[in-house]
Design a protein around this ligand. Structure first.
Ligand SMILES: [Zn+2]
Ligand SMILES: [Zn+2]
Length: 279
Protein backbone atom coordinates (compact mmCIF):
# COMPACT_ATOMS: atom_id res chain seq x y z
CA UNK A 1 0.00 0.00 0.00
CA UNK A 2 1.37 3.40 -0.97
CA UNK A 3 0.13 5.70 1.79
CA UNK A 4 0.61 9.44 1.57
CA UNK A 5 -0.82 12.91 1.90
CA UNK A 6 -2.03 15.81 -0.13
CA UNK A 7 0.99 18.15 0.02
CA UNK A 8 1.53 21.83 -0.73
CA UNK A 9 3.92 22.71 -3.54
CA UNK A 10 4.06 26.49 -3.02
CA UNK A 11 7.51 26.38 -1.42
CA UNK A 12 8.94 24.33 -4.30
CA UNK A 13 9.05 20.63 -5.13
CA UNK A 14 12.16 19.96 -3.00
CA UNK A 15 10.29 21.14 0.08
CA UNK A 16 7.23 19.04 -0.91
CA UNK A 17 9.36 15.91 -1.12
CA UNK A 18 11.15 16.70 2.16
CA UNK A 19 7.77 17.10 3.89
CA UNK A 20 6.33 13.86 2.50
CA UNK A 21 9.50 12.00 3.43
CA UNK A 22 9.54 13.41 6.96
CA UNK A 23 5.99 12.13 7.49
CA UNK A 24 6.82 8.69 6.14
CA UNK A 25 4.79 8.91 2.93
CA UNK A 26 5.26 6.53 0.01
CA UNK A 27 2.89 8.57 -2.16
CA UNK A 28 1.77 12.18 -2.40
CA UNK A 29 -0.86 14.31 -4.10
CA UNK A 30 -0.60 17.94 -5.17
CA UNK A 31 -2.25 20.69 -7.23
CA UNK A 32 -0.49 21.61 -10.48
CA UNK A 33 -1.56 25.23 -10.09
CA UNK A 34 -4.02 27.38 -8.18
CA UNK A 35 -7.05 25.08 -7.67
CA UNK A 36 -9.43 28.04 -7.63
CA UNK A 37 -8.80 29.53 -11.07
CA UNK A 38 -9.40 28.51 -14.70
CA UNK A 39 -5.85 29.57 -15.61
CA UNK A 40 -3.70 26.64 -16.63
CA UNK A 41 -0.27 26.40 -15.09
CA UNK A 42 2.79 26.39 -17.41
CA UNK A 43 4.51 23.02 -17.81
CA UNK A 44 8.17 23.35 -16.82
CA UNK A 45 9.44 20.04 -18.19
CA UNK A 46 12.98 20.12 -16.68
CA UNK A 47 11.61 21.01 -13.20
CA UNK A 48 9.02 18.22 -13.46
CA UNK A 49 11.62 15.66 -14.54
CA UNK A 50 13.76 16.61 -11.55
CA UNK A 51 10.70 16.35 -9.28
CA UNK A 52 10.07 12.82 -10.58
CA UNK A 53 13.68 11.70 -10.07
CA UNK A 54 13.84 13.20 -6.57
CA UNK A 55 10.54 11.59 -5.58
CA UNK A 56 11.88 8.24 -6.60
CA UNK A 57 15.11 8.58 -4.66
CA UNK A 58 13.10 9.71 -1.60
CA UNK A 59 11.12 6.46 -1.69
CA UNK A 60 7.89 8.07 -2.85
CA UNK A 61 6.72 5.36 -5.18
CA UNK A 62 3.72 7.06 -6.67
CA UNK A 63 1.99 10.44 -7.00
CA UNK A 64 -1.27 12.07 -8.02
CA UNK A 65 -2.36 15.47 -9.25
CA UNK A 66 -5.70 16.71 -7.95
CA UNK A 67 -7.33 18.89 -10.62
CA UNK A 68 -8.84 22.31 -9.92
CA UNK A 69 -11.97 22.49 -7.77
CA UNK A 70 -13.58 24.59 -10.50
CA UNK A 71 -13.81 21.68 -12.93
CA UNK A 72 -17.38 21.01 -13.99
CA UNK A 73 -17.58 18.79 -17.04
CA UNK A 74 -21.37 18.57 -16.68
CA UNK A 75 -22.07 22.30 -16.87
CA UNK A 76 -24.59 23.67 -19.33
CA UNK A 77 -22.49 26.83 -19.68
CA UNK A 78 -20.02 26.17 -22.53
CA UNK A 79 -17.52 28.63 -21.03
CA UNK A 80 -17.38 26.50 -17.87
CA UNK A 81 -17.39 23.11 -19.58
CA UNK A 82 -14.68 24.13 -22.10
CA UNK A 83 -12.57 25.77 -19.40
CA UNK A 84 -12.91 22.59 -17.35
CA UNK A 85 -11.79 20.38 -20.20
CA UNK A 86 -8.79 22.68 -20.79
CA UNK A 87 -7.77 22.37 -17.12
CA UNK A 88 -8.14 18.60 -17.21
CA UNK A 89 -6.15 18.10 -20.41
CA UNK A 90 -3.43 20.45 -19.13
CA UNK A 91 -3.12 18.37 -15.94
CA UNK A 92 -2.87 15.18 -18.02
CA UNK A 93 0.08 16.75 -19.92
CA UNK A 94 1.58 18.05 -16.66
CA UNK A 95 1.37 14.52 -15.22
CA UNK A 96 3.07 12.97 -18.25
CA UNK A 97 5.93 15.51 -18.00
CA UNK A 98 6.40 14.74 -14.29
CA UNK A 99 5.93 10.94 -14.38
CA UNK A 100 2.81 11.31 -12.23
CA UNK A 101 0.59 8.29 -12.89
CA UNK A 102 -2.73 9.61 -11.56
CA UNK A 103 -4.77 12.71 -12.40
CA UNK A 104 -7.66 12.74 -9.94
CA UNK A 105 -10.65 14.87 -10.84
CA UNK A 106 -14.13 15.78 -9.67
CA UNK A 107 -16.68 15.56 -12.47
CA UNK A 108 -18.98 18.42 -11.54
CA UNK A 109 -22.69 19.05 -11.20
CA UNK A 110 -25.61 18.72 -13.59
CA UNK A 111 -27.17 21.80 -12.03
CA UNK A 112 -30.73 22.22 -13.24
CA UNK A 113 -30.27 20.31 -16.47
CA UNK A 114 -31.55 16.88 -17.43
CA UNK A 115 -29.24 14.22 -15.98
CA UNK A 116 -29.09 12.13 -19.16
CA UNK A 117 -28.04 15.14 -21.19
CA UNK A 118 -25.42 16.06 -18.59
CA UNK A 119 -24.17 12.47 -18.43
CA UNK A 120 -23.71 12.40 -22.23
CA UNK A 121 -21.70 15.63 -22.03
CA UNK A 122 -19.44 14.22 -19.28
CA UNK A 123 -18.84 11.10 -21.38
CA UNK A 124 -17.94 13.24 -24.42
CA UNK A 125 -15.57 15.44 -22.36
CA UNK A 126 -13.78 12.48 -20.82
CA UNK A 127 -13.46 10.85 -24.26
CA UNK A 128 -11.89 14.05 -25.61
CA UNK A 129 -9.43 14.17 -22.70
CA UNK A 130 -8.57 10.49 -23.12
CA UNK A 131 -8.00 10.85 -26.87
CA UNK A 132 -4.68 12.64 -26.21
CA UNK A 133 -3.61 10.93 -22.97
CA UNK A 134 0.02 9.80 -22.76
CA UNK A 135 0.98 6.24 -21.79
CA UNK A 136 1.50 5.72 -18.06
CA UNK A 137 -1.07 8.34 -17.02
CA UNK A 138 -4.55 7.52 -15.72
CA UNK A 139 -7.53 9.86 -15.74
CA UNK A 140 -9.04 9.12 -12.33
CA UNK A 141 -12.67 10.03 -11.56
CA UNK A 142 -13.25 10.74 -7.86
CA UNK A 143 -16.60 9.82 -6.31
CA UNK A 144 -18.55 12.80 -4.98
CA UNK A 145 -20.55 13.23 -1.78
CA UNK A 146 -23.59 13.16 -4.05
CA UNK A 147 -25.14 16.46 -2.98
CA UNK A 148 -27.92 17.81 -5.17
CA UNK A 149 -27.10 17.14 -8.77
CA UNK A 150 -23.41 16.23 -8.31
CA UNK A 151 -22.09 13.73 -10.82
CA UNK A 152 -20.37 10.55 -9.60
CA UNK A 153 -21.99 10.15 -6.19
CA UNK A 154 -22.98 6.51 -6.70
CA UNK A 155 -21.02 3.42 -7.69
CA UNK A 156 -23.73 2.81 -10.32
CA UNK A 157 -23.07 6.15 -12.01
CA UNK A 158 -19.26 5.75 -11.92
CA UNK A 159 -19.70 2.23 -13.35
CA UNK A 160 -21.95 3.58 -16.10
CA UNK A 161 -19.24 6.12 -17.04
CA UNK A 162 -16.56 3.42 -17.09
CA UNK A 163 -18.69 1.23 -19.39
CA UNK A 164 -19.81 4.07 -21.67
CA UNK A 165 -16.23 5.27 -22.23
CA UNK A 166 -14.47 1.89 -22.05
CA UNK A 167 -10.90 3.25 -22.09
CA UNK A 168 -8.03 1.40 -20.36
CA UNK A 169 -6.63 4.64 -18.87
CA UNK A 170 -9.90 5.69 -17.26
CA UNK A 171 -9.87 4.83 -13.55
CA UNK A 172 -11.67 5.55 -10.27
CA UNK A 173 -10.68 7.02 -6.89
CA UNK A 174 -12.89 6.32 -3.90
CA UNK A 175 -12.88 8.97 -1.18
CA UNK A 176 -14.04 7.43 2.11
CA UNK A 177 -15.55 10.69 3.44
CA UNK A 178 -17.49 11.22 0.20
CA UNK A 179 -18.63 7.58 0.23
CA UNK A 180 -19.95 7.97 3.77
CA UNK A 181 -21.65 11.27 2.91
CA UNK A 182 -23.24 9.57 -0.11
CA UNK A 183 -24.79 6.97 2.21
CA UNK A 184 -22.35 4.02 2.20
CA UNK A 185 -21.97 2.80 5.80
CA UNK A 186 -18.28 1.91 5.82
CA UNK A 187 -17.89 2.10 9.62
CA UNK A 188 -17.91 -1.68 10.24
CA UNK A 189 -16.50 -4.86 8.67
CA UNK A 190 -19.96 -5.80 7.33
CA UNK A 191 -20.51 -2.33 5.83
CA UNK A 192 -17.05 -2.31 4.25
CA UNK A 193 -17.67 -5.79 2.75
CA UNK A 194 -21.01 -4.64 1.32
CA UNK A 195 -19.42 -1.51 -0.12
CA UNK A 196 -16.58 -3.34 -1.87
CA UNK A 197 -18.99 -6.01 -3.20
CA UNK A 198 -20.96 -3.17 -4.79
CA UNK A 199 -17.76 -1.58 -6.15
CA UNK A 200 -16.74 -4.90 -7.70
CA UNK A 201 -20.18 -5.41 -9.26
CA UNK A 202 -20.70 -1.87 -10.58
CA UNK A 203 -17.19 -0.64 -11.43
CA UNK A 204 -14.79 -3.59 -11.15
CA UNK A 205 -12.14 -3.46 -8.49
CA UNK A 206 -9.30 -3.29 -11.04
CA UNK A 207 -10.52 0.14 -12.16
CA UNK A 208 -10.12 1.55 -8.66
CA UNK A 209 -6.48 2.63 -8.64
CA UNK A 210 -6.57 5.03 -5.75
CA UNK A 211 -8.30 5.97 -2.50
CA UNK A 212 -8.66 9.14 -0.50
CA UNK A 213 -8.71 8.12 3.16
CA UNK A 214 -10.54 10.80 5.13
CA UNK A 215 -12.77 10.51 8.15
CA UNK A 216 -15.79 12.78 8.51
CA UNK A 217 -18.17 14.12 11.14
CA UNK A 218 -21.07 14.41 8.67
CA UNK A 219 -24.00 12.07 9.31
CA UNK A 220 -24.37 9.02 7.06
CA UNK A 221 -25.92 10.14 3.76
CA UNK A 222 -25.52 13.82 4.76
CA UNK A 223 -24.16 14.70 1.26
CA UNK A 224 -21.65 17.20 2.63
CA UNK A 225 -18.00 17.17 1.65
CA UNK A 226 -16.17 17.68 4.94
CA UNK A 227 -13.03 15.84 5.96
CA UNK A 228 -11.83 14.98 9.46
CA UNK A 229 -8.90 13.23 11.15
CA UNK A 230 -8.51 9.47 10.66
CA UNK A 231 -10.33 7.51 13.36
CA UNK A 232 -11.81 10.65 14.96
CA UNK A 233 -15.01 10.86 12.91
CA UNK A 234 -17.99 8.66 12.14
CA UNK A 235 -16.11 6.15 9.99
CA UNK A 236 -13.84 5.77 12.97
CA UNK A 237 -11.03 3.38 13.72
CA UNK A 238 -13.37 0.40 13.26
CA UNK A 239 -14.16 1.52 9.72
CA UNK A 240 -10.57 2.23 8.73
CA UNK A 241 -9.40 -1.03 10.34
CA UNK A 242 -11.96 -2.93 8.23
CA UNK A 243 -10.84 -1.05 5.10
CA UNK A 244 -7.16 -1.74 5.86
CA UNK A 245 -7.73 -5.50 6.00
CA UNK A 246 -9.92 -5.69 2.88
CA UNK A 247 -8.42 -7.28 -0.24
CA UNK A 248 -9.86 -4.48 -2.43
CA UNK A 249 -7.31 -1.93 -1.21
CA UNK A 250 -4.24 -4.17 -1.21
CA UNK A 251 -1.23 -2.78 -3.08
CA UNK A 252 -3.00 0.41 -4.12
CA UNK A 253 -2.36 4.11 -3.49
CA UNK A 254 -4.14 6.06 -0.77
CA UNK A 255 -3.92 9.77 -0.05
CA UNK A 256 -5.02 11.52 3.14
CA UNK A 257 -6.78 14.87 2.66
CA UNK A 258 -7.23 15.54 6.36
CA UNK A 259 -7.24 19.06 7.84
CA UNK A 260 -4.61 20.82 9.92
CA UNK A 261 -0.89 21.43 9.98
CA UNK A 262 2.17 19.22 10.31
CA UNK A 263 1.36 17.80 13.78
CA UNK A 264 -2.08 16.73 12.52
CA UNK A 265 -0.60 15.31 9.33
CA UNK A 266 1.93 13.34 11.36
CA UNK A 267 -0.78 11.96 13.67
CA UNK A 268 -3.01 10.98 10.74
CA UNK A 269 -0.16 9.35 8.82
CA UNK A 270 1.05 7.45 11.90
CA UNK A 271 -2.48 6.22 12.57
CA UNK A 272 -3.19 4.99 9.05
CA UNK A 273 0.25 3.40 8.79
CA UNK A 274 -0.19 1.54 12.06
CA UNK A 275 -3.59 0.20 10.92
CA UNK A 276 -2.02 -1.10 7.70
CA UNK A 277 0.99 -2.48 9.55
CA UNK A 278 -1.39 -4.52 11.72
CA UNK A 279 -3.63 -5.59 8.80
ZN1 LIG B 1 -11.25 15.68 -4.41
ZN1 LIG C 1 -10.96 13.37 -2.02
Amino acid sequence: MNLGLHCRVGAGYDETIAYAKRLGCSSLQFFSGNPKTYRVGPIDAPALEKFAANRQSAGIATAAIHTSYLINLASEDPKISHGSLRLLTNDLKFAAAGAVPFVNTHLGSYGKRDRNEGFAQVVAALETALADIQPGVYLVMENSAGAGQLCGGTMEELGALVRAINHPQLAVCLDTAHSWAAGYDIDSPAGVDRFFDLVEREIGNDRVVMFHFNDTEIELGGHKDRHWHIGEGRIGLAGFRAISTHAAVRGKTAILETPGEEADDQRNMDRIKSLFAAA
